[in-house]
Design a protein around this ligand. Structure first.
Ligand SMILES: Cc1cc2nc3c(=O)[nH]c(=O)nc-3n(C[C@H](O)[C@H](O)[C@H](O)COP(=O)(O)OP(=O)(O)OC[C@H]3O[C@@H](n4cnc5c(N)ncnc54)[C@H](O)[C@@H]3O)c2cc1C
Length: 442
């Protein structure tokens, strides 16, 4: 086997390379994977079609900061060059992963796309077609991200006069045309974008579906701490019926709790889930009040769980009764809009903050169910030699988050190292044939 020496960022030809493990993608998942494979002594290469952590550079809006504080949303072996309770800007997050990869001289090759992976017949491993030639790999780790293909639902109007983008293509308020904007989806992206547009003086409508909205902080602890000590990051499966419940959090302006009632009082017009577009009109489901109530229940439930934890453990954390203050309902909550004429409302733009899908067209192996969903156990696929990291709920709720993927990558690298030991095993006759006895005992 030719080992592409960790000259890492070098430019050796890839064509005909033979490597033990190929990691596809160099976001945080690929970097974490490379670190653990390095520690396990597994020869590998990481191929990235763009740049390291590209999603943090060009797949996010300009003002985005991390949703979690720097002490928490990081890998264990390096800190951010900001205060522990600060929320690093997205460029600092990308810089962090570049610096992290350099720290252990990760064998990452950027600007190379993996186009097709197929299993070899009658011999081990996989044939990999890349934009820089064909390589052979015994193992493939897909680290191509949880959020690969922006999804805009089929209900999107065909009206060419409307400016419509997915949140992945939103950068700043200046890119939008004059007029009002409808943001559809109120997870962390939609709600932060709507807030930014409203603050920039745009008339903003925000369509709100089912969501969780943990307090940013409560009794001197960030919610990431509460989810940690309460064991909620480690939840292994989405509770049935909650698959479409998004989480609304923000690190903007030093971190603040998402409170839809406050946003409505600040001028954002909230609506229920977007139902359809027809004849220049948009209709909404009559579920705004119910969605806000469920979000409040989630919020208050976490406060209650935190209080109980403090009590049980006799912790000395200050009381915070003001966290239970409820803002008055604005007109849009008292009388939710069911239907809106886009032209009358002056809406010239729609931002679809409606999430992402995965795209595994390049991975042509038997690792998926009939809906195209990867079948795996903690990242170890049912197709021997194929692995996944960074997928939602790969092992737990935290799997797509920076700190979570690092732990999943460790598990996957451990599995690969174990498999390599099985392959390297030699029975007695092989050992006798290949290893001079005297030499091995001296
Ligand atoms: C708006 C937003 C904010 C977020 N904020 C936080 C946060 O504050 N804290 C946190 O912990 N998490 C956050 N996340 C979640 C998560 O950390 C990010 O989505 C992160 O980018 C996921 O990292 P990844 O490495 O799994 O995937 P990605 O960052 O998407 O990396 C995958 C890489 O694979 C490459 N690739 C794909 N296909 C191929 C191919 N065929 N060949 C070669 N390369 C390929 C891509 O170019 C890409 O660079 C946020 C997510 C979003 C959308």
């Amino acid at each position: 086997m030719t080992d592409l020496n960790p000259g890492a960022f070098g430019k050796k030809s890839l064509d005909n390379l033979e490597i033990d493990t190929l990691v596809v993608g160099a976001g945080q998942a690929g970097v974490a994977m490379s670190e653990h494979l390095t520690q396990q002594g597994v020869p590998h290469i990481v191929l990235e079609k763009s740049r390291i952590a590209e999603a943090w550079r060009t797949g996010r809006w300009d003002s985005l900061v991390a949703n979690g504080p720097a002490w928490h949303d990081r890998f264990p072996n390096m800190e951010f060059p900001v205060g522990p309770d600060d929320f690093p800007h997205k460029e600092q997050v990308a810089d962090y992963f570049v610096a992290y990869a350099k720290q252990f001289n990760a064998p990452i090759r950027t600007g190379v796309e993996v186009k097709k992976v197929t299993r070899n017949e009658g011999r081990p491993g996989f044939t990999v077609e890349t934009s820089e030639g064909t390589i052979q790999a015994l193992r493939i780790v897909s680290a191509t991200g949880p959020f690969q293909r922006p999804v805009i639902p089929a209900i999107a109007p065909k009206d060419e006069g409307l400016y419509q983008i997915h949140s992945a293509k939103y950068y700043n308020p200046q890119q939008l045309p004059e007029g009002a904007v409808l943001v559809i989806g109120a997870g962390s992206s939609g709600v932060q974008i709507a807030d930014e547009l409203n603050r920039a003086g745009k008339k903003t409508y925000l369509s709100v579906g089912a969501h969780d909205r943990p307090p940013r902080a409560y009794r001197n602890r960030d919610f990431v701490w509460w989810l940690g000590v309460l064991g909620l990051w480690d939840a292994e499966e989405v509770q049935p019926g909650r698959e479409h419940v998004t989480i609304a959090v923000s690190g903007a302006r030093g971190g603040e709790t998402i409170d839809f009632r406050r946003l409505a009082n600040e001028g954002i017009t909230l609506t229920g889930l977007t139902k359809s577009f027809e004849g220049g009109k948009v209709t909404f489901q009559d579920d705004l009040v119910a969605n806000l109530k469920a979000g409040d229940d989630n919020y208050l439930g976490l406060l209650d769980a935190a209080d109980a934890y403090i009590e049980r453990n006799g912790l000395d954390l200050p009381l915070e009764p003001e966290a239970r203050k409820v803002f008055a309902d604005a007109e849009c909550i008292r009388h939710p809009i069911q239907e809106l004429n886009l032209a009358d409302a002056g809406i010239t733009a729609i931002i679809w903050a409606t999430g992402y899908a995965v795209d595994f067209n390049w991975l042509q192996v038997d690792a998926f169910d009939d809906k195209g969903k990867p079948k795996h156990q903690r990242g170890v696929s049912r197709e021997p030699g194929v692995y996944f990291v960074g997928l939602p709920w790969l092992s737990r709720r935290g799997s797509t988050f920076i700190w979570g993927v690092w732990h999943d990558a460790k598990h996957v690298a451990g599995h690969i190292a174990t498999q390599r030991r099985y392959v390297e095993y030699q029975d007695a006759s092989q050992r006798e044939g290949s290893v001079p006895k005297a030499a091995s005992w001296e």
